[in-house]
Write a protein that binds this ligand. Structure first.
Ligand code: GRF
Length: 193
């Protein structure tokens, strides 16, 4: 992993599929002097991702790939990442599972944010599961991506209390607000010298 040297920021691509609220918080963070990253590219598998609008607002390159042919899509993505000298990928609500070969090529340089306290509740519907199991806490996790879903080394987590009256949607809202703080914190933690 390229460490923060001199004033050069780490060229980063953020992969999204939907709303892109984590993308927005990462963009805002990237503009701070203390941020070790600069966001150079937004990648999406979904032309309808609301988050793509941030590309226009913040003048960041957007690239949309059709994952119906995943091998081809990943080859094209790798080419674009290389062209733009991207050294870090932040998955932020990216709903496709990247192939082992892709992950291998960017090993140690892909991060993900997940809305649960991993290793609890990998995959989807995390809030439903936490409430159903009557957990006292849920939360969010930023982790390195490896070839197993939501299983790479954990960088940082934030606990969120589940209240009796919480529904999956109220809990999702509370956790998402914490995600926006946690992802930048994780990046600072990895790259602080
Ligand atoms: C977040 O809850 C994230 O943890 C999960 O997908 C959601 C994406 O939200 N992987 P957004 O698109 O960043 O608003």
């Amino acid at each position: 992993m390229a460490l923060l040297t001199g004033f050069k920021k780490i060229k980063t691509a953020v992969f999204i599929s939907g709303t892109g609220s984590n993308l927005k918080s990462l963009i805002k963070f990237s503009k701070l002097k203390k941020s070790p990253i600069s966001i150079e590219m937004i990648v999406s598998n979904n032309v309808k991702s609301k988050g793509l609008a941030y590309g226009k607002i913040y003048k960041i390159k957007k690239k949309i790939f059709n994952f119906k042919k995943q091998i081809t899509a990943e080859k094209e993505i790798l080419l674009q990442l290389k062209k733009s000298k991207i050294d870090l990928i932040c998955l932020a609500g990216f709903m496709k599972i990247l192939s082992n070969s892709f992950i291998h090529k960017f090993k140690g340089h892909i991060l993900n944010i997940h809305p649960s306290l991993l290793p609890k509740y990998k995959g989807l519907n995390t809030h439903e599961k936490a409430i159903k199991n009557k957990d006292e806490y849920s939360g969010c996790t930023v982790h390195f991506v490896n070839s197993e879903l939501d299983s790479g080394e954990i960088i940082i987590q934030k606990k969120v209390k589940i209240k009796k009256k919480d529904t999956p949607s109220t809990l999702a809202k509370k956790i998402l607000a914490q995600e926006h703080i946690l992802y930048p914190k994780a990046i600072l933690k990895i790259f602080s010298l």
